[in-house]
Design a protein around this ligand. Structure first.
Ligand code: 5GP
Length: 176
């Protein structure tokens, strides 16, 4: 693998500020209604942990893992579920929590899938909206931070499974 370095992009303080704001918006919009929070593995785990502990309504948490048939860093839009939900969705208010939305193809596919499960409502929350390469117009209800481009790691996001544990967000810069 090529050498690379990590360039600081979003600090822990900025992350905490945005997570607070998102939790306030979600609390305001949902009143006291119970919420089923669906985290998309693996990337969303750290954000989901921070967000859900700030939510005021009764919360249940479940996870899905999606595999995309994309080549390299490109997403093809052909997705399959490698770990499915364990809790029922029918009649529930659902909040889908995603780490980062790039082309939007993965989330678009999953939303189509969720439609068949008859939730009472479905809202989308992404910590990072990486908007420049968007191909599918996914309706993001809650967004932490908007960035145009760049491959980001930390705060749950990996590069070849590394750096997920970093508390801040960095951009991968290749050397040479
Ligand atoms: P999309 O289908 O929106 O193109 O891709 C979404 C998925 O691609 C994200 O859930 C994430 O797993 C991965 N991804 C997109 N951009 C980045 C990035 O900058 N860093 C990392 N680590 N993963 C990314």
């Amino acid at each position: 693998m090529k050498d690379y370095r990590l360039v600081a992009r979003i600090s822990e303080a900025e992350i905490a500020e945005q997570v607070d704001r998102l939790a306030q918006e979600i609390n305001r919009d949902h009143g006291g209604e119970p919420l089923l929070v669906i985290g998309i593995l693996k990337g969303a785990w750290m954000f989901l942990a921070d967000l859900t502990r700030r939510l005021a309504m009764p919360v249940e948490v479940d996870f899905v893992r999606l595999a995309s048939y994309g080549l390299g860093s490109e997403t093809s839009g052909e997705v399959r579920i490698t770990k499915d939900l364990e809790l029922p969705v029918r009649g529930r208010h659902v909040l889908v929590v995603e780490d980062i939305v790039d082309t939007g193809l993965t989330l678009e596919w999953y939303l189509r899938h969720l439609k068949h499960l008859d939730a009472a409502s479905v809202k989308l929350c992404a910590f990072i909206d990486k908007y420049e390469r968007r191909e599918a117009e996914v309706p993001l209800d809650y967004v932490g931070i908007r960035v145009p481009e760049g491959f980001l790691v930390g705060y749950g996001l990996d590069f070849a499974e590394k750096h997920r544990n970093l508390g801040a967000i960095y951009e991968v810069e290749f050397l040479g």
